[in-house]
Design a protein around this ligand. Structure first.
Ligand code: ACO
Length: 334
């Protein structure tokens, strides 16, 4: 029987566009207040990319940092997995944009559309490819250009104040130390809640896919039942962390660092409370970048890696929850 290889993160990177939009800036665009946004979400500012910049441009910057940290070059990458819900084009996917931008060979490149859980779904996919021996070096990116599809007026304020643009990337490869690497990834979905958080139009279920009237009604912007999402997030995230820990007969106390999706600071505080863990065991950047969906986890991971938050062998636990609903957790020995 073939022996599966351990898979580890060889390098991390992140990039955010330079233009900062504070809550005060949003106050000028819609009926909202800095106080409302901070109290509800913890967000103080976010970045929006300039028109003409696509999600693959942000991803390419993050990827360059991750490849430099891993000590590899574009020619060394065997496959690209691109997690995003805000691709450059409807098709082809942003994976091929990134392949071209980086100057990789004619390697496989594909998009993975699982919203805020996209990075963890990508991690699981990359782990399977590498552990089986199919590929040696995979570039996994999570990147979003949310600013393109949010309604920055009072009509869209419930969603618009939460999201930002950014990219995070990791290079993954086989681990020479069997004790270090990704221990497991646990993934879930429940389509019963697909309409609680969605961007429906243009819809390929409809003919025409979008009308002038739909645009006038703002149907091309995301819809979110915020309370419904919040309620499920604070239940599912601790549940899936416990699932991962139980699988390895580990305890919440054994984890050195929790890396959570950045949807809402209150969600992450609640998850740690459920786990009876102190806030010092996590790192949040939502205050500075807002919710960057698929990019959030790799962005937090990169900030932690560069700040030296993880020592070799430390147990790191990641968890996410997002549209679909989809959710998941990953445990790794750094
Ligand atoms: N500024 C000021 N007032 C606002 C704003 C705003 N930006 N947005 C909404 N309001 C108003 C509402 O209209 C409402 O007014 P009303 O009481 O007169 O009707 C009031 O504020 C309260 O609104 P609620 O929705 O009850 O506020 P809540 O406390 O639930 O917080 C929030 C809203 C922050 C969205 C919260 O529900 C949340 O964080 N939900 C989860 C978000 C999330 O996790 N998303 C998933 C990830 S994204 C992904 O997967 C793509």
């Amino acid at each position: 029987m073939q022996t599966l290889r351990s898979v580890r993160v060889l390098g991390t990177g992140m990039y955010v566009p330079p233009d900062v939009y504070t809550n005060k800036d949003l106050e000028k665009m819609m009926d909202t207040t800095d106080e409302w946004i901070v109290q509800r979400s913890g967000i103080r500012e976010r970045r929006f990319a300039k028109p003409g910049i696509g999600v693959s441009d942000l991803a390419a910057e993050a990827a360059q940092h991750a490849m430099a940290a891993a000590g590899v070059q574009a020619k060394d990458i065997d496959a690209i997995i691109f997690a995003t819900l805000s691709p450059d084009y409807y098709f082809p996917g942003s994976g091929v944009f990134l392949q071209q931008l980086l100057g990789c060979g004619q390697i496989p490149a594909f998009d993975l559309r699982n919203q805020c859980s996209g990075f963890l779904y990508g991690l699981s996919t990359a782990k399977a490819f590498i552990s089986s021996g199919q590929y040696d070096r995979i570039l996994l990116v999570g990147a979003e250009c949310h600013s393109r599809a949010i309604n920055l007026t009072t009509a869209g304020r419930d969603v618009a104040v939460l999201f930002g643009d950014g990219a995070g990337a990791v290079v993954l490869g086989p681990s020479t130390d069997a004790k270090r690497g990704i221990l497991s990834v646990h993934l879930h979905s429940d389509g019963a809640h697909k309409d609680a958080l969605k961007l429906e139009y243009p819809s390929m279920r409809q003919w025409p896919a979008i009308t002038h009237q739909m645009i006038e009604d703002g149907k091309h912007f995301p819809f979110m039942d915020g309370r419904h999402v919040f309620k499920h997030a604070v239940t599912r995230m601790p549940e899936v962390v416990h699932e991962a820990l139980a699988h390895h007969q580990l305890q919440a106390d054994d984890v050195a660092l929790y890396v959570f999706h950045q949807a809402n600071l209150r969600i992450n505080e609640s998850v740690l409370k459920h786990l009876a863990q102190p806030m010092s065991k996590t790192h949040n950047n939502i205050e500075r970048f807002g919710n960057c969906s698929a990019a959030s986890i790799p962005m937090v991971l990169d900030e932690c890696a560069r700040a030296g938050r993880m020592q070799a062998g430390d147990l790191v636990c990641m968890a996410s929850f997002g549209a679909g609903f989809t959710w998941g957790s990953a445990l790794l020995r750094w």
